[in-house]
Design a protein around this ligand. Structure first.
Ligand code: ZN
Length: 304
């Protein structure tokens, strides 16, 4: 860790002592910590603000390490939106290197949305950071984003609030569509089991029982103890399927599936979006993809 701080400082010095070709450009720059948040910020920001993400699509936001292009983008940004509640352990390096000209804003810690505790593992009982998996949580993020942008760029406040309103409506329709789809899963099959306990808010929103092998991806994944606990649970309850996520190795859930003779399904998109040509290319697509996969694997009824 000491090494990394030293490396970041050296890099910063190199950047600061060179003349940036973008210095003085009129474009406002905002950075989001991971692709899901980037998508939500873009919906509110409009065309005059350049929005980028620190963690690229497909990578694990929990275990990211800053790259030289990340450092440059953060250095040029006015605002960095991050999730908070410990989702981005690497944020301590950003805090160490940034000065007062960068506004760091946690969307989850400022959201008007009640957190629930992490289910299991080393961080059990602390607030679960994955609020965006419930569209109501995403709407609460959008409110923080719109208020923050309006405060920082007051000339464009009206546009931010108008786009936020449109986004709330779109999120409500999305929520309704997912509810209707998952209502088709029979009562006896309504159990969701994933590797990381990242879908707690989703499970609460759509009335699913929920279990996971570990709590968050930045702890030990699939420890012997966590695997044994899940195995005991699956020996007693037999859900129709077990799920793995796009940013974790599926070996742990695959081992559980083989041991208990239960179908393995996935990937669910939880901590990231897919690349543009994948099934979870934006926030609504991510939730719809997850809902379809869960509906199918849990034996949901098909409309006639
Ligand atoms: Zn996660």
């Amino acid at each position: 860790m000491h090494q990394q701080v030293k490396w970041v400082s050296t890099l910063l010095l190199a950047i600061l002592s060179s003349v940036s070709p973008l210095a003085g450009a009129s474009t406002f720059r905002v950075v989001a910590s991971f692709p899901v948040l980037e998508d939500l910020v873009k919906r509110v920001a409009g065309d005059d603000i350049s929005v980028s993400t620190v963690v690229p699509p497909g990578a694990d936001v929990h275990n990211w390490e800053l790259t030289p292009p990340n450092v440059l983008a953060i250095e040029e940004a006015d605002i960095l939106f991050y999730n908070g509640f410990g989702l981005e352990p690497w944020l301590r390096h950003v805090k160490a290197m940034s000065d007062d000209s960068l506004l760091l804003k946690s969307v989850a810690e400022n959201a008007d949305f009640t957190p629930q505790p992490i289910l299991t593992g080393r961080y059990k009982g602390t607030p679960d950071p994955h609020m965006w998996l419930d569209p109501e949580g995403a709407a609460a993020y959008v409110e923080v984003i719109a208020d923050t942008l309006a405060e920082h760029y007051p000339d464009q406040a009206e546009g931010f609030h108008a786009r936020a309103q449109q986004t709330y409506q779109a999120l409500q329709l999305l929520d309704q569509a997912i509810k209707e789809r998952l209502d088709g899963v029979p009562n006896i099959n309504r159990t969701l089991v994933t590797s990381e306990a990242g879908l707690g808010y989703f499970a609460r929103a759509y009335d699913l029982e929920y279990a996971a092998i570990w709590g968050v991806n930045h702890e030990t994944q699939g420890s012997a103890q966590a695997m044994a606990q899940m195995s005991t649970r699956l020996a007693n309850e037999r859900p129709p399927a077990l799920f793995y996520e796009s940013t974790v190795a599926c070996i742990h859930m695959d081992a559980q599936a083989r041991e208990h003779g239960i179908k393995l399904a996935g990937p669910l998109y939880v901590d990231t979006l897919s690349p543009a040509d994948g099934p979870a290319y934006n926030y609504p697509a991510m939730l719809r993809h997850n809902a379809e996969l869960i509906h199918e694997a849990l034996g949901g009824a098909r409309p006639d």
